[in-house]
Design a protein around this ligand. Structure first.
Ligand code: CP3
Length: 349
């Protein structure tokens, strides 16, 4: 059996469609993966979830690796994203997080004393590294492996608010009330994130995506003060690793000029951003995106037409097809398969 499997080499991996696009090569076929593709809508994931808690699933490398690989058994997607959460590394700073199902923090951080007490205790989520190594060993040479983290500002939104929220009023009040403490927190989260992402690359991640899921809360001056400097440091801190650096911000069409300053190879845009405009605003970058996740519920012909419209808008440079935000938990599986076939069938030349 082993003799039938081609030996893995760096050269083989670097020729894969996903990594080519990450490096800016405009290819004949757009590679595709889907944000939040592991878990959620897959019955084989729900079967595991029925027997384990979310924390058990993320902390048990064999389970996390299995969940990461599940969508690859069904679909011919071009990259796998490790099953974990943006909140996972925070435990190493001594922060207790529960999931119900969104993250919740028993003691939200709203004082200098609390933030000053945050210090690294032990390794940062070593089980994520173990899971990445298991996935890498099982992954075909033509499929990329993506590690990820949350941006400091998005992590701070959860930590200060105490959990998810529509308006993040407490977070936004605290940002204005005590900006110096917020900066101290962002400093600590930045150092944590650089170490955590470097660990993921060392464990085999070909690319890293930074999720700025709450970018849309901020106006540009606020984003330039509390977001951008830290994101630049994180991406600069990964430069020597050779891993592809991908940045995703939700609801950030108004922040594109600032985002264009982030050193990274790929900018992932949400469904409200016109890819042709993003191409002009982000010269030389590979673009990723940006199908509205709700289109997976459209009639087949309408879904395919919308996918082709996006593929056309993505011409003129490297394009990695993706959704404009994470796939929804009840997404129809046959629509996902149809989308992937449609994208792979489209010739960009
Ligand atoms: O889905 C995947 O591809 C697997 C990995 C993954 C999870 N979270 C698993 C998860 C990824 C990439 C994330 C990222 C994440 N987590 C983001 C950034 C992406 C985005 O959607 O904007 C954010 C903001 C979070 C924070 C978070 N964690 C939320 C809002 C929730 C609530 C429920 C949900 O699924 O969105 C979680 C919990 C969480 N993270 C679950 C899973 C599978 C659900 C756990 C459960 O159902 O018990």
């Amino acid at each position: 059996m082993l003799g039938m499997i081609a030996p893995t080499s760096r050269t083989d991996r670097s020729s894969m469609s996903f990594l080519q696009a990450v490096r800016g090569v405009s290819e004949e076929r757009a590679p595709i993966w889907l944000m939040r593709q592991a878990g959620r809508y897959l019955p084989e994931y729900l079967a595991i979830k029925a027997k384990s808690t979310f924390l058990e699933m993320t902390r048990t490398p064999a389970l996390a690796a299995e969940i990461t690989l599940q969508p690859l058994r069904r679909f011919s997607i071009d990259a796998a994203i490790i099953f974990s959460d943006i909140m996972t590394p925070l435990e190493a700073l001594g922060i207790a997080i529960e999931f119900s199902p969104g993250p919740s923090i028993a003691q939200p951080l709203r004082s200098r004393v609390q933030v000053e007490a945050l210090a690294l205790r032990g390794e940062i989520a070593p089980f994520v590294g173990d899971a990445l190594r298991l996935v890498k060993a099982a992954l075909p040479d033509n499929v990329g492996l993506i590690g990820f983290g949350g941006t400091p500002l998005t992590l701070a939104a959860y930590l200060i608010e105490g959990g998810g929220s529509k308006e993040y009023a407490k977070f936004r009040q605290f940002l204005r009330h005590d900006p110096a403490v917020v900066h101290l927190l962002l400093e600590k989260l930045t150092a944590l994130t650089i170490a955590y992402l470097r660990m993921q690359v060392a464990a085999g991640a070909d690319a890293i995506q930074l999720f700025d899921s709450w970018a849309g809360l901020h106006d540009e001056p606020t984003y330039r003060e509390f977001g951008l400097p830290y994101y630049k440091r994180i991406m600069d801190g990964l430069a020597d690793t050779g891993a592809g650096r991908m940045f995703f911000a939700l609801g950030a069409s108004h922040l594109m000029e600032a985002i264009a300053e982030i050193p990274c190879e790929v900018v992932s845009v949400d469904w409200r951003t016109d890819l042709r405009l993003a191409r002009k605003q982000l010269p030389g970058r590979a673009l990723q995106g940006n199908l509205d996740p709700a289109f997976l519920y459209a009639e087949r012909g309408a879904l395919a037409a919308e996918a082709r419209r996006i593929l056309k808008a993505g011409l003129g440079g490297a394009h990695i097809f993706n959704l404009g935000h994470g796939i929804w938990p009840n997404a129809p599986i046959d629509a996902v398969a149809h989308l992937i076939e449609t994208v792979h069938a489209y010739k960009r030349t």
